[in-house]
Design a protein around this ligand. Structure first.
Ligand SMILES: *[C@@H]1O[C@H](CO)[C@@H](O)[C@H](O)[C@H]1NC(C)=O
Ligand SMILES: *[C@@H]1O[C@H](CO)[C@@H](O)[C@H](O)[C@H]1NC(C)=O
Ligand SMILES: *[C@@H]1O[C@H](CO)[C@@H](O)[C@H](O)[C@H]1NC(C)=O
Ligand SMILES: *[C@@H]1O[C@H](CO)[C@@H](O)[C@H](O)[C@H]1NC(C)=O
Ligand SMILES: *[C@@H]1O[C@H](CO)[C@@H](O)[C@H](O)[C@H]1NC(C)=O
Ligand SMILES: *[C@@H]1O[C@H](CO)[C@@H](O)[C@H](O)[C@H]1NC(C)=O
Ligand SMILES: [Cu+2]
Length: 307
């Protein structure tokens, strides 16, 4: 009887492995690749990395959760990656079992925060002053498609370090907000990540960043870009959560819209098709079961080859 129960619990826990969530698998800075560790091996990370290691592939829930900062129980990495103003940073997210990123609806936001006069492997980001350098949402040509879908298709998303960034130590915080459950308060899924950088001298005139915020602090569960009752309609005039883009992105200080070229350009009432994620059905979200699975894996009750 007991073994039957265990068998069914085990069988049930295997099903969601196909539907599991994910993590930042690697960043490439001007082509140089730095891999991240899989959070399922949090206790025993095998790679030295500049990517801070979170302890779960599951989302942070709640806009004011402390884990919105750099992710759940994020541990500092041993490495610091070199970058320059104008460098391209490509973020490659993966599903937890090395399948593609599972979600395709919701924005992807990028922030920087200075680590001050300590290198970022020694920096506590609790009170970091974050400024936003990029945000991508819906594709202007089809509001039912979000740039997050590029990750779902196995591609990376690239962000440019602003030319006017003051040289120094920085965390770069790349965040996916999955909105497929965002019709009710608390449904949004936050996937923050922090990567440790040393940003060198650039060619532009460096400026002190405007619009710095605390995270958590800059989001609330009822923000129009986080609680989105019309998420599948599709959304018209989507409002990104958090602060506006910092003046560092455009050192002249003139108005800067989102980097996808202003989502308001091609609104149309004829695009009504659903964009529900095929891999994460709203009614059967497998969070609890897959956490059990992750715990089992962490305790080595199931051999790694099994996944
Ligand atoms: C680093 O900055 C802090 C706060 O600004 C200051 O108290 C400290 O003396 C500085 N340390 C060094 C080595 O410059
Ligand atoms: C817009 O994207 C949706 C979701 O991928 C797709 O079903 C639809 O066909 C697209 N519409 C157009 C006009 O391309
Ligand atoms: C993303 O990382 C995975 C796992 O390391 C790798 O297989 C894949 O080729 C990478 N994709 C991109 C676009 O860098
Ligand atoms: C600075 O500008 C020079 C000349 O325009 C260019 O060759 C060089 O690559 C630039 N360096 C950086 C770090 O952007
Ligand atoms: C930055 O400001 C300049 C000058 O006002 C403007 O031409 C340019 O379009 C702005 N860039 C962005 C990304 O908004
Ligand atoms: C979409 O529909 C709304 C309400 O029916 C209307 O106010 C708006 O002008 C329409 N927009 C377009 C682009 O047709
Ligand atoms: Cu999910």
């Amino acid at each position: 009887m007991k073994s039957t129960v265990i068998f069914f619990a085990l069988a049930a826990s295997l099903v969601p492995s196909v539907l599991s969530h994910g993590f930042l698998a690697s960043v490439a800075i001007d082509g140089k690749v730095y891999k991240g560790n899989n959070p399922d091996f949090f206790a025993n990370p095998s790679l030295e990395s500049p990517i801070r290691l979170v302890d779960t592939i599951e989302p942070v829930k709640g806009a004011t959760n402390l884990a919105v900062n750099c992710g759940s129980n994020a541990q500092a990495g041993k490495l610091i990656a070199d970058a320059n103003p104008g460098s391209n940073v490509a973020f490659n997210w993966s599903g937890g079992s090395s399948e593609h990123w599972p979600h395709n609806i919701g924005p992807v936001l990028t922030y920087l925060a200075t680590c001050g006069n300590v290198t970022c492997d020694k920096f506590d980001p609790t009170n970091a002053q974050w400024f936003k350098i990029d945000e991508v949402g819906q594709k202007p040509e089809n509001l039912s498609e979000w740039f997050q879908k590029n990750l779902f298709l196995g591609q990376s998303l690239t962000v440019t370090i602003p030319k006017a960034t003051v040289p120094g130590n920085y965390l770069i915080r790349h965040e996916i907000i999955a909105l497929h459950n965002s019709e009710a308060p608390g449904g949004a899924e936050f996937y923050p990540s922090c990567t440790q950088l040393r940003i060198g001298q650039g060619n532009g005139t460096a400026v002190s960043p405007s619009r710095t915020v605390l995270l958590p602090g800059a989001y609330s569960d009822t923000d129009p870009g986080i609680l989105v009752p019309t998420i599948f309609n599709p959304v018209q005039n989507y409002q990104f959560p958090g602060p506006g883009i910092s003046n560092v992105v455009n050192a002249t200080g003139s108005a800067v819209t989102n980097s996808n070229g202003a989502a308001s350009s091609t609104t149309s009432n004829s695009t009504t098709s659903s964009t529900k994620s095929p891999s994460c059905k709203r009614s059967v979200h497998p969070r609890r079961v897959s956490r059990v699975m992750a715990d089992r894996r962490a305790k080595r009750q199931i051999p790694a080859w099994f996944f």
